[in-house]
Design a protein around this ligand. Structure first.
Ligand SMILES: [Ca+2]
Ligand SMILES: [Ca+2]
Length: 160
């Protein structure tokens, strides 16, 4: 015959199991997109949901590299791809040429390396842009959103 105590014991175990399952592993949760995003404060955050962070904004004709990172600041419901290119290939080249964010890595920074291009001209330090192209995604919150471009300076190595 079942007693109240047996009933409580069973339910306590059930609650414990549910608690353990619930707290176990935290995967990116698709339902998060339905809750309001916290307003992130960062001077490098673009309105469309991209965060760019410059690690080093200088390249040199001697081959020094500039570096910056990009990540999303909100969960995407689908892959988001952006193209990266140099605004002046006579001053700098970029690698990689594109990056893709998924619902699993959207908040992990992906790094771009910019390498200075040499010339034989005493042309001084030259500022040039790195162009981050508009996003391509089937997530309408990201598709077509164009992150801010960046400015990089290529240091001259000619001497008078
Ligand atoms: Ca040079
Ligand atoms: Ca030069």
């Amino acid at each position: 015959m079942k007693t109240i105590t047996d009933f409580l014991k069973k339910n306590i175990i059930l609650v414990l199991i549910l608690t353990i399952l619930g707290c176990g592993v935290e995967f990116p949760n698709p339902s998060k997109k339905n809750s309001p995003d916290p307003a992130p404060y960062s001077p490098t955050t673009d309105s469309g949901g991209f965060v760019t962070r410059i690690i080093n904004g200088y390249t040199s004709e001697s081959g020094a590299t500039a570096r910056f990172t990009v990540k999303l600041n909100k969960y995407p419901s689908a892959e988001v791809t952006i193209a990266i290119s140099s605004g002046d290939i006579t001053e700098g080249s970029v690698s990689p040429l594109d990056m893709t964010f998924t619902p699993f890595n959207w908040d992990i920074e992906q790094e771009v390396t910019v390498t200075g291009v040499d010339d034989d001209i005493l042309d001084g330090d030259i500022q040039y842009s790195v162009i981050i192209g508009p996003a391509v995604s089937i997530d309408p919150e990201f598709d077509g959103v164009d992150p801010n471009d960046l400015w990089i300076t290529n240091l001259d190595n000619e001497t008078q």
